[in-house]
Design a protein around this ligand. Structure first.
Ligand code: NAI
Ligand code: MG
Length: 356
């Protein structure tokens, strides 16, 4: 039976980059290599503009029915003044929490062809292959109570709640250890246990879970040190296990090691391995509509979708090889362009991957 893929282009560069990934998937489906049906729906600012809500019930319903979701990005400055529950980001958070997508996998891998596009020296990043496993439906992004309140003296105060339950920590820790078993057998758990009680519990629970995985080495690291180590000697890491906010920040940092955030795919999975796949970057309003964005993060996200949710590992690998091949051919979008390579547009990059 064919699998259902819901495509949510979103805002900014979202439509341009998802179009390229859809081209690649369509090519595989046209040649009979995969059996999927793709449907498109609105999310984020695009959905707000059309229907007054960043996550219309019709989109949520399609998301529940789909086997996997491919998302572009949401957001843009034109939505900054909307109330928080109407903002595009609310659409994304609603999908993540509504589908229980608690496990966010963000691989940061350097393609050897891009060693000179990285902001770090080639010897520091060559061969880099890190997986950030970020908890996605808890922590300070979701904790209650939250808000901005006015105190008796008239001063305003903003507040959020940083909370993790034992069970939330356990299930994301298992994902990290199982991923490490298939990789280089090391987990670095990130915390700020010297200051924050919630991460003191995090550290304790992760240490307990580690006992189930005697073949994996566990190391604990404070988040500020981790931020430094990532640019000092990133190859010391295999799997980095983080809460929601620390993972958000560290994964953007890790992306620059690989040359551009435009190269970084991500998967967000629930307990049934249903997943939403999206580039790690945002809607890049500064370059939207110009056909210059890098579509590779989205194309590589489609590959992760085939691997994790659609049981098509071989086709996922074909996409990854095609990406490597276009880089070998010297084709680069503006964000990864360096002297001596050929600058191509977003759509030309998509076509080149299809051809490869
Ligand atoms: P951003 O990731 O959109 O852009 C940061 C910088 O990276 C910009 O200079 C942009 O041009 C560049 N960039 C991003 N993706 C690129 C690509 N594929 N190719 C080439 N260059 C690329 O982050 P920013 O500027 O902080 O946020 C812009 C909007 O996106 C905001 O409204 C924000 O809320 C939203 N956002 C959405 C996310 C999502 O949908 N998952 C994640 C992060 C931000
Ligand atoms: Mg982010």
């Amino acid at each position: 039976m064919s699998k259902k893929v819901l495509v949510l282009p979103g805002d900014g560069i979202g439509p341009e980059i998802t179009e390229q990934a859809v081209k690649v998937l369509k090519r595989l489906s046209d040649e009979g290599a995969i059996d999927i049906e793709m449907e498109e729906a609105l999310v984020g600012g695009a959905a707000y503009d059309a229907e007054g809500s960043p996550l219309p019930e019709s989109t949520m319903q399609l998301a529940r029915e789909a086997d996997a979701i491919l998302l572009g990005a949401v957001g843009g400055p034109q939505y900054d003044d909307l109330p928080r529950d109407k903002r595009p980001e609310k659409g994304l958070l609603g999908l993540r929490s509504g589908l229980g997508l608690f496990a966010n996998l963000r691989p940061a891998m350097l393609y050897p062809q891009l060693a000179h596009a990285s902001s770090l020296k080639p010897e520091v990043v060559s061969g880099l292959d890190i997986l950030i496993v970020r908890e996605l439906t808890g922590g300070i992004y979701f904790g209650q109570p939250r808000g901005i309140r006015t105190l008796e003296n008239g001063e305003r105060e903003g507040f959020n709640t940083y909370v993790y339950s034992e069970s939330e920590i356990k299930r994301i820790a298992h994902v990290a250890f199982q991923a490490a078993q298939k990789r280089n057998k090391k987990v670095t758990s990130i915390d700020k246990s010297n200051v924050l009680e919630v991460t003191e519990l995090w550290k304790e629970v992760v240490t307990e879970v580690a006992k189930d995985y005697p073949d994996v080495t566990l190391e604990h690291m404070l988040v500020d040190n981790a931020a430094m180590q990532l640019v000092r000697w990133p190859k010391q890491f295999d799997v980095m296990l983080t809460g929601n906010m620390f993972g958000d920040i560290l994964s953007d940092e890790a992306s620059m090691l690989t040359g551009s955030i435009g190269m970084l795919p991500s998967a967000s999975l629930n307990e049934e391995n249903k997943g939403m796949y999206e580039p790690s970057h945002g809607s890049a309003p500064d370059i939207a509509g110009q056909d210059i964005a890098n579509p590779l993060a989205t194309i590589l996200s489609a590959a992760m979708m085939l691997r994790y949710s659609l049981g098509a590992e071989d086709q996922a690998a074909r996409i990854e090889q095609a990406v490597s091949k276009v880089l070998d051919q010297g084709l680069r979008t503006a964000d990864i362009w360096t002297e001596g390579t050929q600058k191509v547009s977003c759509s030309a990059m998509g076509d080149a991957v299809v051809a490869a």
